[in-house]
Design a protein around this ligand. Sequence first.
Ligand SMILES: Cc1cc2nc3c(=O)[nH]c(=O)nc-3n(C[C@H](O)[C@H](O)[C@H](O)COP(=O)(O)O)c2cc1C
Length: 238
Amino acid sequence: MSLEDIATAANGDKWFQIYLPNDRAFAAEMLQRARAAGYKAIVLTVDVTMTSNRERSTRLLGLPVPNLVMGNVPKTPGMTGSAMAMKGDLNWEDVDFCRTESGLPVVIKSLLSPAQAVEAERHGSAGVWLSNHGGRQLDNTPSAMTVLPRVADALRGRIPIIVDGGVYRGQDVFRALALGASVVALGRPLLYGSALGGAQGVQSVYEHLNGELAMTMKLAGTPTVKSIVRKYVERAEV
Ligand SMILES: Cc1cc2nc3c(=O)[nH]c(=O)nc-3n(C[C@H](O)[C@H](O)[C@H](O)COP(=O)(O)O)c2cc1C
């Protein structure tokens, strides 16, 4: 499916996630198409500058997968498929490029340190998305949840922090909020929900997590999301 197909298939605000193509003209084309299709922000994922060692994916290669094609092939005549190769040397100017070409706020995804988060803010990132790509990209990277408190201390609420990775329970959502997340994002739980029950399956994943979050808040004695702060997940002095 193309980004335009997805834009028209679902109501609600959408952000466009991009692995920046090496070909500047194609990159600009995609960013402009995202704006034209009504996306509200660009998510620039920065931890995939090359393919990583995904052994399960390699094992699955060759199995028949019907109807899966690259949806966002170049529209500009003369541009070839090779335009889609990813840029391997991402730098801070690429953030400006994404903002200028799309005219949209840019959120940098897959940062994992306070220094990077502060630098992202300095380069106009509208928010930072802490993620280790669900542990799929590079072994031994810290989890987003591990670095979250230090990033929150460094940013002090100046820009929003999105966190993902291993959020499978309402208690995980609670922990992320307590450690300083503004938004908690989900990857595989939604894919599993979708695989099992389509849109209804996705909805039920959200409902399940919401129920568990409400239970955790009751047991912790935090009546509002705002009142979920770090002391509720810190080790108690005994
Ligand atoms: C099958 C699969 C495909 C993914 N593709 C992308 C992608 O194209 N771009 C991206 O930024 N992250 C991608 N991710 C990472 C997710 O956006 C997210 O960071 C991660 O799944 C969060 O961890 P969780 O699955 O434990 O919730 C992918 C994850 C999975 C499982």
